[in-house]
Each structure stands twice: as C-alpha cells, then as structure tokens.
Design a binder for this molecule. Sequence first.
Ligand code: NAP
Length: 345
Amino acid sequence: MKKYRVGILGATGTVGQRFIQLLEGHPQFEVTALAASDRSAGKPYAEACAWKLNGAIPESVREIVVVPIEPPLDCDIVFSSLPSSVARETEEAFARAGYPVISNSSSYRMDEDVPLLIAEVNPDHVDLIPEQQKKRGFGKGFIVTNPNCAVVSFAPPLAAIHRKFGIESAVVTTMQAISGAGYPGVASMDIVDNVVPYIAGEEPKVETEAQKILGTLTNGAIEKADFAVSAQCFRVNVLDGHTCAVRVNLAEKATLEDIVAAMKEFPSLGLHSSPARFIDVLDEPSRPQPRLDRDSGNGMTITVGRFFPDTVFDYRFVALSHNTVRGAAGSAILNAELLIDRRMI
Ligand code: NAP
C-alpha cells in the first residue's frame, strides 16, 4: 500500500495531538511535518507540545522540529487544525501551493465550492473538487472540510431519517465537552460544578451545516436540504464527547420502528478508519452517555438512543460522538482515505 507523507497544521493543539495519536501506525500515512505558531516553531515537537492524551508522545514525532504554518511543507497531504482566525489565509496558501488540505476549521465549511464531508453521508460531494480547483486557480491543490464537532453527532441520524422520510424541521440542544474548546479552553472556575449556556459562534454553525451535508450535488453545485434547524449549545463538565438532544418533524409518516431501522441500516465504509458500525443504536434507557459511549468504534461510531414519539414534534432521540475523533481528527483522516479511494489524491 502506498504511504503518503502528511503534515499537520496546529500540530501542538487538542486536535493536532489527536491526529498524531490516530496516525501512529496508520498503513497509508506517515507524519513528516508538524507546524504551529511562533511560540512552538523551531522546537522539537516533544518540547513544543503540552501532550494531554493518554500514553506517551509517539517516538516517530518526538524529534520532528515544528515549523511555521507556511508552504512549502515536507509532505504530500496537509491536515489542518488551526483556529479559524488563521485558517482561511493559511489553508488557501497551501491549496494554491498544490497540497490537498483537509481541514477541521470552520473557515471554508460553507463556501459553495468546498465539500463539507462526512465520508459515509455525502462522499459524492468530493466531485466539487475539480470545480473548486478551476474556479480558484488552485492547480492540483484543494480544500475539503469536516463539519462542526456537534453537527457530526446529529447529522448522520438526520441523514438516515431524511433519505427515507424527509425532515421538515429539527430542534437540537447540544451538551458539548470541554475539549471542544481546545487547550487550555474553558477556565476550570467557569466549568466545574456548572453548565455554560453559551459557546461563541456555535449556534449558527449547528443551525446551518447539516443542510449542506444532506444537500444534493447537481450540475456542479450543492442544493441544500430544505429544512430548518433550531439550536441551543451548552458547554458541560465532560472531558470528551458531545451529546445532542434532537427533536424532529418528518415530511412523511414513519413509525418508531421505521426510524430505528433506518439508523441500523446506514452502512459504514470499508476504509481503514471506518468503524464496524457507523450508527449504533442503544436500547438501554440511560444511553448514550459520553463516558461510556464516546470510544465506541475507536471513537468513530455515532451512538444514538432514547427514540420516542414526542409530544410537540414527531420524534425525539439523543445522539453522541467523540468530538476530537469523529468530530475532528478521525473524520479528517477518514476523509483523506476516501479521497485516496476516489483517486482525488
Ligand atoms: P487548540 O488546542 O487551541 O490548538 C490550536 C493549534 O493552532 C495549536 O497547535 C497552536 O499552536 C496553533 N495556533 C494557534 N494560533 C496560531 C497562529 N496564530 N499561527 C499558527 N498557529 C497557531 O485548538 P483545537 O481545539 O485543536 O482546535 C483547532 C481547530 O479545530 C479550530 O479551528 C477548532 O474550531 C477546530 N475543531 C476543534 C475541535 C475540538 O473538539 N477541539 C473539533 C472540531 C474542530 P501553538 O501551540 O504553537 O500555540
């Protein structure tokens, strides 16, 4: 199997560390370049990075010297986990320099020529890439994005319902983990013994991204799915794993059994990072829970449960996923595997 050399922008951060952990021993990728801010540039990775994940920093990256976030970078593919404040300019510079850029940042997610990918849900949206390259004069470089880490919890179950019965509207209440804010993130004085009903800039993302992901690609453009999402986003005292309480109105009638069957039937992909089950339905009344379910499928499974008819909407349920794995680095790696499979890289 061909090995691609990968570089990570924002390699010292919460998502950057997860990239390094997940890429260790990956059959298709080898980490060859690490980039971060001026604070880290020039130092060996092990010195620049305040490692916060279980286990030690992989030996293979400890001595790699961190470089600034500018091309050229010694790699074939760029994974980006930069703050959106610097991502837009930097990711464009890399795409223009000929690199495939696979980004976790929000900067390009809603641009009409940029795929917003969940590999299992809308893999056909990679067909936007040639259009993007032509329009932006990127040559062989391009930008592909993953969704917001809360959206990735509930967009797949919505997709399962939408494909069969149509969705008219959805109300989503998110309970988002502390690691979603990066490091050092939320001050302990603010989050211990507390729930914070505000995450800057989050609700507009949660209200708009699913419609693009569930949209249809026709004649080189995505027609967004036509339903409204109303969202309230909360930061909760959980380390990893975003939980979403969802209520939906359907376009067509469906029984509770139909809805649950649609979840169970949603196929996974046969790629290296694909979980055995993409959407796992739990019957226990107290699940899903972040501590118990976030690592399902190596953090790549979306766990759902608590399906019930609702008193105001048609149905309600709860969806959960690991925010730095399925919500960030793991999905980006899966997207890279998909792009290789589709011969886009
Ligand atoms: P983080 O822990 O704050 O890490 C940020 C990284 O970017 C660090 O490597 C930092 O380098 C680097 N950086 C910051 N400012 C920079 C600058 N001006 N120039 C160059 N490098 C700079 O953040 P994170 O949680 O990993 O998030 C990274 C991105 O992923 C954000 O866009 C975020 O919205 C998105 N995301 C995060 C999650 C999550 O669960 N955390 C999920 C999905 C998407 P230094 O260490 O050198 O400062």
